[in-house]
Design a protein around this ligand. Structure first.
Ligand code: KIV
Length: 270
């Protein structure tokens, strides 16, 4: 089955329709115009200009050195390369935590660069900022669970929400972000059972990465799913280029696997 039946640009409204219809949302990161065009023509619904560019493009060991200027540059490139997919961009470390006003100033710069939504990291403490942005017309994608921008506070890249108290905290965070107006929730590296519970509990799409098969959609870092990142890859990564004849085919296989629910499989979950 082709997921490219329509060339219609994917808006937030279209994403809402997919969610309501139970269609899984296939998301990948993108950082440049050529790959954006490739993902676009092969059925990706959402392209995330992720601050993971600090790792996969710049070679840093964390995302912390990434700046607003980097995010604007890569957002502009991705937007130039895409015609159909929805484009979201990460607010980088230090660009939104100070105050809702700082977040709005920087979110506005990303939207002027072409982003249709901004993603920010954080739970309860960010709810006020999420409300401030959404009430002023900025669609927000909130990110909880393992949040790479907090790698030092979390003590490394480890599975989150494992015990009952941590799982409950995450549910409270998710509800408060939804209430504040978040349009989507990214959940990273948590037990699959918690991913399923969060997805059931919320009325906004959950996009999982290492959060099990029951999320409303899935995301991977492009360089991970093509097997070109030289660093250590997490359990939740599958190399879709293995067995594919081209990068186009690998992306099509990813889209199919996400839409059909065959990715992530048991071996990719916690
Ligand atoms: O920056 C990024 O790539 C992310 C991932 C979790 C998809 O936020």
């Amino acid at each position: 089955m082709s997921y490219l039946a329509s060339d219609k640009p994917i808006t937030l409204h279209e994403l809402g329709k997919k969610y309501a219809a139970g269609e899984k949302i296939a998301t990948l990161t993108a950082y440049d115009a050529s790959f954006a065009a490739l993902l676009d023509r092969n059925g990706i619904d959402v392209m995330l200009v992720g601050d993971s560019l600090g790792n996969v493009l710049q070679g840093h060991s964390t995302t912390l050195p990434v700046t607003m200027e980097h995010m604007i540059y890569h957002t502009e490139a991705v937007v130039r390369g895409s015609q159909r997919a929805f484009v979201a961009t990460d607010l980088p470390w230090g660009s939104y935590q100070e105050s809702p006003q700082q977040a709005l100033r920087n979110a506005s710069r990303l939207m002027a660069a072409g982003a249709q939504m901004v993603k920010l990291v954080g739970g309860l403490v960010m709810a006020e900022t999420v409300r401030y942005l959404t009430e002023r017309g900025v669609p927000v994608w909130a990110h909880i669970g393992l949040t790479p921008q907090s790698v030092h506070a979390l003590g490394g890249y480890r599975v989150q929400g494992k015990d009952e108290a941590a799982a409950q905290r995450m549910k409270d965070e998710a509800l408060s972000l939804q209430q504040a107006g978040a349009a989507m929730l990214l959940i990273e590296m948590i037990p699959a059972t918690l991913g399923a519970e969060l997805t059931q509990m919320l009325q906004i799409p959950t996009i999982g990465i290492g959060a099990g098969p029951d999320c409303s959609g899935q995301v991977l870092v492009l360089h991970d799913m093509l097997g070109v990142y030289p660093g250590k890859t997490a359990r939740f990564v599958r190399n879709f280029l293995q067995g594919a004849a081209s990068i186009d085919e690998a992306v099509q296989a990813y889209v199919e696997a996400v839409k059909q629910g065959s990715f992530p499989a048991q071996e990719h979950t916690y």
